[in-house]
Design a protein around this ligand. Structure first.
Ligand code: SF4
Length: 446
């Protein structure tokens, strides 16, 4: 009988792509994926720690899975493990795996299946440090596969725990990225999402790591040129990029190849107040951000611009908050992710004075969320009557409705015989949008 495993993932796209890698490898080893409720032999929990809420969620899911799977081996990995070893040991977790060792989980499971009894497992707890030549990056689990190109961050924004749990910049050698995209395109995928913790820093570590020594590739722009030139993947999406890392060369590449790049950029704003941006350790001013957005919109009038903003950073007063509101209104983002500031231990903002009260933080988050909903609705409405290129992602078999994502990040729904769906998953279709539907648009095949 096949051994079974479950993988539960919290947090960001990077975690998702790393979990996908684990799943793919375990499938190749002949294990069967199931839900944790089916009592698999191995339960893998890939955690996040970016906010206190993420920590809470991680604790809850770990306790729940552990208590209901007494005979399973429980493996916990991801950012939560860095500062929560004591909790995990108290929970009697079988294996605790740090991010840098995450891609060894499939091999470890292979060894664990051979290991007899608890004693052997004790040894497995002490995973030695691996000398990684490269690390896992790819996903076949999605209709728009995530291709991990980079890990780590050294920017040290004062509210962010990520640099402490993900470490220094580590870029994936470009050849591996190209080969993977070519494989995905052979498998019939038509869009890939280039993802990383700080992808604008792609390649900066090559000169120091030796991994890219002699390589002609040393920046994200170089990589994008190669992806466009060396693969024929129809659509490339950049997951998230810092405003100061979008330079004229990058814009020129996007412009010259505008049919190959999704018409969408996610550029975190965080605050519209220079004073708060400085306290956050963000390397730009509100004016700089605004001007850069002007440059981008000038070159790509229809581009979808999405962002992250934070409400209630320490010291944020009414005036600072108004500046954020004004900035959002002037730019008219097509989607906003709103984060309420939450204190993270081990970050400079944890100990900052002038913490904003919970009530005010909630009130400001609500205002920003309402603005985000209003702008999103009007952005979606503006696309009624337009032709959109939509990646087919999911099918609701009860009503034969396919849903997917357009080049400018709108959820689009249309009707299709379910027999056709398997061959369409991951493919791009032209859909004429004709009305609003659920959280996006309804359309017909054009
Ligand atoms: S750029 Fe700032 S917010 Fe983003 S991961 Fe790095 S430290 Fe965190």
């Amino acid at each position: 009988m096949k051994m079974k495993f479950s993988v539960d993932t919290l947090g960001c796209k990077i975690n998702q792509s790393e979990s996908d890698f684990i799943i793919e490898e375990l499938l190749e080893k002949g294990l069967e994926p199931v839900s944790w409720s089916k009592h698999p032999d191995f339960c893998i929990i890939n955690t996040c720690t970016v906010t206190s809420r993420s920590d809470r969620k991680a604790r809850q899911i770990i306790r729940k899975i552990k208590s209901q799977n007494k005979n399973s081996k429980i493996i916990v990995t991801g950012c939560f493990v860095v500062f929560n070893k004591k909790f995990l040991q108290d929970c009697d977790i079988d294996l605790i795996v740090e991010n840098k060792d995450k891609n060894k989980i499939p091999d470890l499971i292979g060894r664990m299946t051979a290991a007899a009894g608890r004693k052997e497992l004790e040894k497995e707890r002490e995973i030695e440090s691996f000398d990684f030549k490269s690390f896992p990056q790819f996903s076949q689990m999605h209709s728009r596969p995530l291709v991990k190109i980079q890990d780590g961050c050294e920017q040290n924004c004062t509210y962010c725990i990520v640099p402490k749990v993900r470490g220094k910049y580590k870029s994936v050698p470009y050849r591996e990225i190209l080969n993977k995209i070519i494989d995905l395109q052979k498998d019939g995928f038509e869009e890939v999402v280039l993802t990383g913790i700080h992808i604008g820093k792609y390649g900066v570590d090559f000169s120091t790591s030796g991994m890219g020594k002699g390589s002609k590739i040393s920046s994200l722009a170089d990589l994008l040129e190669e992806v466009v030139g060396e693969t024929s993947i129809k659509r490339i999406r950049i997951s998230s990029i810092e405003v100061n890392e979008i330079d004229s060369r990058l814009l020129d590449i996007l412009k010259r190849n505008n049919r190959r790049f999704a018409s969408h950029l996610h550029i975190p704003l965080q605050s519209g107040s220079d004073r708060i941006l400085k306290l956050m350790g963000r390397p730009y001013t509100a004016q700089y951000y605004f001007r850069k957005i002007g440059m981008i919109s000038g070159s790509f009038p229809d581009i979808a611009l999405t962002t992250d903003v934070m409400a209630g950073f320490p010291g944020e007063n009414e005036e600072d908050f108004d500046r954020t509101v004004n900035m959002i209104e002037r730019i008219a983002f097509s989607k906003i992710h709103v984060f309420k500031f939450s204190k993270r231990m081990h970050t400079p903002a944890y100990g900052m004075g002038n913490q904003v009260g919970e009530e005010i933080k909630s009130e400001r988050s609500k205002i920003l969320r309402n603005m985000g909903d209003r702008l999103r609705n009007s952005y979606i409405k503006n696309h009624i009557g337009k032709l959109l290129s939509v990646v087919c992602e999911e099918m609701n078999v009860e009503n034969n409705i396919i849903s997917g994502t357009s080049e400018n990040y709108i959820k689009v729904y249309f009707s299709m015989d379910k027999e056709n769906f398997p061959s369409l998953k991951g493919r791009i279709l032209r859909i004429a949008a004709n009305s609003e539907y659920k959280n996006g648009l309804w359309g017909i095949l054009s």
